[in-house]
Ligand binder design. Structure first.
Ligand code: PLP
Length: 469
């Protein structure tokens, strides 16, 4: 049944005006607590929504209580941030959708200090002359990686783009077909290549590429040889690629620069922890590669950024590319990088102070103890659900260490009255939002990524979700 037009008209006249709502007692109290613009926008949007519903022939509830309630809900939303802290109970340490790396305490402090006043961002204090923003991170990067020179841009996608555009614009870049990766949808090696005006020259097969494949592809228009780390997948079985050391020798012989997109940018040797698939940045620099690039917010555990490091000769060209300015990082990122890199001067210290490393390298026993604490806190407060600690595995995430499964412990929640899917959704929508995972019809709170300070938030979110009226 649809509303007749005279009925519609009658209902429309009962809809209060913006002015009436502003002058009502509710309106007065809103204006006392919130900015006028916020209140006005909330009233206008609410009225517009009701009018639209009327014109669509629906029967919107136009009672004052409903209107006031909806306006208040809008004011509350307008007045809170959209980017919110969430509790990551997925166990995925580098969760790209949840912001990748959690920063170290010293890093946070340095961001606050750079942001809350003036700084010598591009100012040479000794001479009183103009300085360069990249000097603040250059020395540390060179010292830690062993590279001749280094530069940071917005992210690793930007780093790869800038290198290709500088070193191979209008020229061919040889890449193995086994390394034409896609990372998270929007970064596809062939598309980045196109955008940078370099010409992709694919060689080899998906599972095997030999040195002679590179050899056969070389011509007078070859600008660069590119190797790409297979960050987020693994080809197994009858496989083979050309090692970076071989490519470096080959590039030298032909006078063609060799670049390695390392992806994760791990600065700590993970072999003592049983992880053999991730080369360190230092090892790759030692191979003699001309240019390498990696992310700041993957295994390095810092802010979003893309580090380009390598031979001075090429780094000079890259710095002078006008696009370098378009891709440059801001002072907060520089502050974050400087503090994060400083932690790596002492590698033992980095294991403890860089949250990404700490979360990945925790012993299963430490995780089990924390899962026990979470379960105990939940049991103390919530009596109509059951909680048990179970053994499971978690992944690194963020396109890092795809084939490494990390033993972990999680709290399994069995809600009495609602389904596991309903609980998962309610947890997401509680405050703070708690992001859990479902496995084999169990709702799991993986203790690997839950910090001690998150436990009260988890308890109240689970309580709220299970006992929602
Ligand atoms: C993650 C990744 C990128 C993209 O890095 P962002 O910092 O996310 O832009 C590029 N190449 C490889 C091999 C990667 O693993």
């Amino acid at each position: 049944m649809r509303l007749e037009s005279d009925e519609k008209h009658k209902l429309l006249t009962t809809l209060p005006s913006v002015d009436e709502l502003l002058k009502s007692s509710a309106g007065n109290s809103w204006l006392l607590s919130f900015p006028r613009l916020t209140v006005l926008q909330a009233i206008r949007d609410t009225i517009a929504e009701k009018r639209k519903a009327l014109f669509d022939g629906l029967f919107p509830d136009l009672s004052p209580e409903i209107l006031i309630g909806e306006i208040e809900e809008r004011i509350r939303k307008f007045n809170s941030y959209s980017l919110l802290p969430v509790i990551n109970a997925t166990g995925i340490v580098l969760h790209t959708n949840l912001g990748r790396a959690v920063l170290s305490e010293k890093t946070i402090k340095n961001i606050v200090s750079a942001g809350s006043g003036y700084s010598n961002l591009e100012y040479d204090i000794e001479t009183g002359k103009r300085g360069k923003r990249h000097t603040h991170t250059e020395r540390l990067l060179k010292q830690i990686t062993g590279a001749e020179d280094a530069l940071i841009v917005n992210n690793n996608a930007a780093a790869v783009f800038l290198c290709l555009n500088t070193l191979a614009k209008g020229r061919e870049v040889i890449v193995s077909r086994g390394e034409l990766v896609e990372i998270g949808g929007s970064f596809r090696m062939p598309d980045v290549m196109d955008a940078s005006s370099a010409v992709l020259r694919e060689v080899g097969a998906t599972n095997k590429t030999h040195l002679y494949d590179y050899e056969n592809a070389i011509n007078e228009n070859t600008g660069l040889i590119l190797k790409v780390h297979q960050s987020n997948y693994k080809i197994t079985g009858f496989t083979g690629d050309v090692k970076i050391e071989e490519l470096v020798g080959f590039g030298k012989k032909h006078g063609i620069p060799v670049m390695y997109d390392v992806g994760s940018g791990c600065l700590l040797d993970l072999k003592p922890f049983g992880i053999y698939t991730e080369p360190t940045v230092q090892e790759i620099v030692k191979s003699g590669v001309d240019i390498l690039s990696f992310s700041g917010d993957k295994l390095l555990g810092g802010p979003q950024g893309g580090v380009i490091a390598g031979r001075q000769k090429y780094m000079e060209y890259i710095r002078k590319n006008p696009l370098a300015r378009a891709l440059r990082i801001d002072k907060l990122t520089i502050a974050a990088f400087e503090a994060t890199l400083m932690e790596y001067i002492d590698l033992e210290n980095a294991k403890e102070d860089i949250p990404v490393m700490k979360m990945l390298l925790q012993t299963p026993e430490e995780i089990r103890l924390r899962a026990g604490k979470i379960a105990a806190a939940l049991r103390r407060r919530i009596k109509n659900a059951s909680f048990s600690v179970i053994k499971d595995t978690s992944m690194a995430g963020g396109g890092s260490l795809p084939e490494t499964e990390f033993p972990t412990f999680a709290v399994s929640v069995k809600p009495g009255r609602i389904s596991v899917n309903e609980l998962e959704s309610r947890l997401r929508n509680s405050m703070p939002p708690v992001i859990a995972r479902i496995k084999d019809r169990l709702l799991l709170l993986d203790a690997r990524t839950v910090r001690k300070q998150d436990i009260p938030g988890i308890v109240s979110a689970v309580d709220y979700s299970i006992n929602l009226p």
